[in-house]
Design a protein around this ligand. Structure first.
Ligand code: HEM
Length: 509
C-alpha cells in the first residue's frame, strides 16, 4: 500500500518501538506488580458485576479520572523543548550572575512557546502574542526569563492585567471569543494599549513558526555587577532563522487543517536535527540615564530606542532536544519572573512587580506547593528550611529544619548579600495612573518609519476584520481617539475598510 512520506512526529511510536525490540515489558499496576490480565475486568461469571477486589482496574480508573490538572489561566496552548545557553561575550561589567561568568560557558535551558488567550486545545495559528519563556538551570539556582515575541505589552500597570486578559478571552455570558465590543472598548479607554495593538494586527501578529520569531524579555530588569553597581536592562533574543509570518488567510486555512501546526513544526525540526537558535542581546541604561529619560524606562508599552541604547551581545541559545513526555516536562513546567539569581534583579516596572507575585501563586494552585521539586523545575541544589507538603520528594537528608541552629544547617551567602542592591527610595504612597503619558509617538514612528505600504494596508485590513464587528460607537471612538492619533492615514484606511466591509467576511480567530 502506498503511504505518503510521514514526518518525525508521525513516526514517534515507530521510532520508540525500535528501542524496545528485544524485551517487551510486562504490564504492571502503578505500584509495579504485574497485572494478571488487561483485556477483561474481574467479574462473577459472564454477566456478573465487577468485583471491588479488581484493584488493578480501580487503580487505573482512579488515576485516569485525575489525569487533567487546571490549564494555565493564560498561555494555555504551547510547546517546549530543551537545549543550552552559551556565553559569547563578556558582560561581567554589568552583571555578576554566574550564568554570564565566562565566554564559552554553557547552561542547560528549557524553553516554552505559547499563545496567550486560547485554551489548551486552541489552534496554533491564531492572531495573538506568542509567549517566549526560558528556564536557565544555572549553578546558582533557577533563572526564569519569561517574555514574549513582542518588545511591548498592552498595559503597563499590573492592576489592569486581569481586565485586559478578560477582554481577549471568552465573553462569560456568550462563551464566545473574540468579543469585539469588549476588546475595542478596552483599547479605546486605555490608550497605552495602542502600541501593542499595532503589532498584534500587523504582520508579526501571526508568526509562521515558533522557530521564526524574535523573543524579548519585554519588561525592564536590573543587573548588579561585582562592585555592587546597578544597571537597568532589557533582553532581546534575535532569531537566527529567517523571520516568517502568516497572512490571516493562510493562518485560517492552516487552523482548519492542522490546529497543532506550530507544535508539530517545532517537534519535527528538532527531531530532524534542524536546531533552532537565537542570539541574546541586552540594552543597558544607567540609573542616571533612567532618571533623565524623556519616557518612562519602566513602562512596558514603550521600547528603548536602539539608537540611544544599542543591543549589546551576550550569548546564544539552541534548542536540540524534544520532551519525551509533554505533560511531565512542558505542562508541568513552572516559569516565574521572581526566579532570579544574584546579579539579576527586578526593576520598578509596574507590570513586572505584579508578575513577581502572580506566577508562584498560580503554580501553587495549578501544580501544588512542591512544584519546584518536579524534575523539570528542580534547581541543582536546595538547602533551606522548607519541608513536607503535598507530593514531597526531597527531605534534604535530615538537615535541621530551623534557623538559626547549632547543627551545621545552611547559612546566609555573603556573595548573594553583597549583590543585593541597596535602593534609596522615598515618595508619597498613592495610586498614580500613568495611562495618559505619551501613547502615540512610538506607534506613530512604527507606522511611518518602519512599515512599508504593504504592511500598512495589511495592518488596516486586519484591524477592520475585528473592528467592523464592534458596535458603531466603539468603531468611531477607535478611529477618532486611537488610530487618527497614530497617523491619520491609518484612520482613513480603516474607515474606508469598515465602509466597504462585507457583513460575512472571514475573521481571524
Ligand atoms: C501583572 C501582569 C501579569 C500577570 C498577573 C501574569 C500572569 C500569568 C499567569 C498566571 C500565567 C500562567 C502561568 C502558569 O500557569 O504556568 C502566565 C503565563 C505567562 N506569562 Fe504572564 N502575566 C502578566 C504579564 C505578562 C507579561 C507582561 C508577559 C510578557 C512579557 C507575560 C508572559 C507570560 C508567558 C510567556 C507565560 C507562559 C509561561 C509558560 O510558558 O509556562 N506575562 N502569566
Amino acid at each position: 500500500m502506498a503511504t505518503p512520506k510521514r514526518d518525525a512526529a508521525a513516526e514517534q511510536l515507530t521510532q520508540q518501538s525500535k528501542k524496545h525490540q528485544v524485551d517487551k515489558d510486562v504490564i504492571t499496576a502503578n505500584w509495579g506488580t504485574a497485572v494478571a490480565g488487561k483485556d477483561a475486568s474481574l467479574t462473577v461469571g459472564y454477566n456478573g458485576p465487577i468485583l471491588l477486589q479488581d484493584y488493578t482496574l480501580i487503580d487505573e480508573i482512579a488515576h485516569f479520572t485525575r489525569e487533567r490538572i487546571p490549564e494555565r489561566v493564560v498561555h494555555a496552548k504551547g510547546a517546549g523543548a530543551f537545549g543550552y545557553f552559551e556565553v559569547t561575550h563578556d558582560i561581567s561589567q554589568y552583571s555578576a550572575a554566574k550564568v554570564f561568568s565566562e565566554i564559552g560557558k554553557k547552561t542547560p535551558i528549557a524553553v516554552r512557546f505559547s499563545q496567550v488567550a486560547g485554551e489548551l486545545g486552541y489552534a496554533d495559528t491564531v492572531r495573538d502574542i506568542r509567549g517566549f519563556a526560558i528556564k536557565f538551570y544555572t549553578d546558582e539556582g533557577i533563572w526564569d526569563l519569561v517574555g514574549n515575541n513582542q518588545p511591548v505589552f498592552f498595559v503597563k500597570d499590573c492592576a489592569l492585567f486581569p481586565s485586559f486578559i478578560h477582554v481577549v478571552k471568552r465573553n462569560p455570558a456568550t462563551h464566545l471569543r473574540p468579543d469585539y465590543d469588549m476588546f475595542w472598548d478596552m483599547v479605546t479607554l486605555r490608550a497605552e494599549t495602542t502600541h501593542t495593538t499595532m503589532i498584534f494586527f500587523g504582520d508579526r501578529g501571526i508568526p509562521a513558526s515558533y522557530r521564526k520569531m524574535h523573543g524579548f524579555g519585554t519588561n525592564t530588569y536590573a543587573f548588579v555587577n561585582a562592585e555592587g553597581k546597578f544597571f537597568y536592562c532589557k533582553f532581546h533574543h534575535v532569531c537566527q532563522q529567517p523571520i516568517e509570518n502568516l497572512t490571516s488567510e493562510e493562518a485560517q486555512r492552516i487552523a482548519g487543517i492542522d490546529p497543532d501546526y506550530h507544535t508539530r513544526d517545532l517537534y519535527n525540526a528538532i527531531e530532524n536535527g534542524d536546531y533552532p537558535a537565537w542570539n541574546m542581546y541586552v540594552q543597558i541604561m544607567t540609573p542616571e540615564q533612567a532618571a533623565a529619560s524623556p519616557y518612562d524606562p519602566f513602562d512596558d508599552t514603550k521600547v528603548w530606542l536602539r539608537s540611544e541604547y544599542p543591543l549589546i551581545p551576550v550569548g546564544r541559545f539552541v534548542l536540540n532536544k524534544n520532551p519525551n513526555n509533554y505533560f511531565a516536562q512542558i505542562e508541568q513546567i513552572g516559569f516565574d519572573p521572581a526566579h532570579l539569581v544574584p546579579g539579576i534583579e527586578p526593576s520598578p516596572d509596574r507590570m513586572l512587580q505584579g508578575r513577581l507575585f502572580a506566577y508562584g501563586d498560580t503554580h501553587r494552585y495549578r501544580l501544588g506547593p512542591n512544584y519546584l521539586q518536579f524534575p523539570v523545575n528542580r534547581p541543582f541544589k536546595v538547602t533551606n528550611f522548607s519541608r513536607d507538603g503535598d507530593a514531597t520528594y526531597h527531605s534534604q537528608g535530615g538537615a535541621p529544619v530551623y534557623h538559626p541552629n547549632s547543627f551545621r544547617g545552611p547559612e546566609d551567602d555573603r556573595r548573594a548579600r553583597a549583590l543585593a542592591p541597596v535602593l534609596p527610595l522615598n515618595g508619597d504612597v498613592k495610586r498614580i495612573d500613568s495611562g495618559g503619558d505619551d501613547n502615540f509617538t512610538q506607534p506613530g514612528l512604527l507606522y511611518r518609519r518602519v512599515m512599508n505600504e504593504g504592511e500598512k494596508q495589511r495592518l488596516a485590513d486586519n484591524i477592520v476584520s475585528w473592528l467592523a464587528r464592534a458596535n458603531t460607537v466603539i468603531q468611531e471612538r477607535t478611529i477618532t481617539n486611537i488610530l487618527n492619533k497614530v497617523d491619520e492615514d491609518l484612520g482613513r484606511r480603516v474607515r474606508e475598510g469598515i465602509n466597504n466591509s462585507q457583513p460575512h467576511a472571514t475573521v481571524d480567530l
